[in-house]
Design a protein around this ligand. Structure first.
Ligand code: SN0
Length: 320
């Protein structure tokens, strides 16, 4: 495996889930694979789970992780090509990427959407430069439009907790004070569309995700109707994807607190499990009562981030 961006990169989902079960049962069984191998984890943005679970996954495989926080530990990096570098950015990605790549065998990169220029973000301009100028396998640790390590961990969690062969999974938009990227909902929709689940997306009008990620999903504007009979409730905020109106891209269109997932919302489900990728704003996205209830999976879901990252790194090491 040379890149891990989209669900297609992992191949057969049944095989990937089986490998995840093996990795979870015997995490140290592939310790030889990473011997004398190094993974570089490059962060342009904050992270808790991704940075820790990626390091833990690398250590389980016997690999050495190096973590770099751009702008804090390093020079500030310019990402645009063709600019006169007379500002506060001291070094260009064009040099920094091949230098970092020369020190490692795999690169993981976190670079959030800027939410200003839709084409720039949806072209994955920064991530693509790592592929082009690095020449090493690249993992998206949440890039402009995707967060595949999270979506794979979510699928592993749903597989572990489902009580039906084909569960109803409802991803619901929920309010947030800031404009957030679409990477998590894009990847979740993409992975759930590929998996054997019934996916419903509940959202206010104007929040339609890019159809390239949502094929096969039912979109519902009545949140309560969407939640009826749900087996899993996956809450997430995202800003306007700008599909029909590119000028609204990245904007907060609604802060309707009626969409906060609370006990009344959970009551219409089929005793659903609650999921969120974290970090979560309590009593904006979800009420304390729901996230603190025994139906909340947020901690086991986060624990599975090690498993998804380890399967991906294992596959990359096997194909080096
Ligand atoms: C990120 C997002 O894409 O929504 C990362 C999620 C894994 N979330 C945030 O940036 C939340 C920040 C906040 O202020 O709540």
């Amino acid at each position: 495996m040379k890149t891990f961006f989209n669900v297609q990169d992992i191949g057969d989902l049944g095989k990937a889930l089986q490998e995840a079960r093996q990795v979870k049962a015997t995490p140290f069984a592939w310790k030889h694979l990473g011997e004398n191998r190094t993974i570089m984890l490059v962060f342009f943005n904050s992270s808790l789970r991704t940075r820790l679970s990626s390091q833990k996954a690398a250590l389980n495989l016997g690999m050495n992780p190096i973590v770099l926080n751009i702008g804090q530990d390093s020079w500030k990096l310019e990402t645009e090509l063709g600019v006169v570098m007379d500002g506060d950015k001291s070094e260009h990605l064009r040099e920094a990427i091949p230098v970092m790549a020369s020190y490692c065998d795999i690169i993981g990169i976190r670079s959030f959407a800027g939410l200003k220029d839709r084409d720039y973000d949806y072209d994955e301009t920064v991530l693509k430069q790592f592929v082009e100028f690095g020449g090493k396998p690249v993992i998206s640790l949440e890039s402009a439009t995707v967060h595949p390590c999270q979506a794979f961990a979510d699928l592993i969690t749903i597989e572990e907790y489902r009580r039906k062969r084909r569960p109803k999974v409802v991803m619901t938009w929920a309010p947030h004070p800031r404009a957030l990227p679409q990477a998590v909902p894009n990847s979740f929709a993409q992975w759930m569309s590929a998996a054997d689940v019934e996916l419903v997306i509940a959202q206010p009008r104007g929040y339609e995700l890019d159809p390239k990620f949502t094929s096969g999903a039912r979109i519902e504007y009545d949140q309560m109707k969407a939640l009826e009979g749900a087996d899993f409730v996956y809450a997430k905020n995202w800003s306007c994807p700008g599909v029909s109106d590119p000028s609204a891209y990245g904007k907060v269109l609604s802060t309707d607190m009626g969409w906060t997932v609370d006990a009344a919302h959970m009551a219409v489900t089929d005793n659903a499990w609650f999921m969120h990728c974290l970090p979560v704003r309590r009593n904006m996205i979800v009420s304390d009562e729901v996230i603190d209830s025994p139906r909340s999976l947020v901690i086991p879901e986060a624990a599975n981030r090690v498993v998804s990252a380890q399967v991906v790194m294992k596959r990359m090491l096997e194909s080096l």
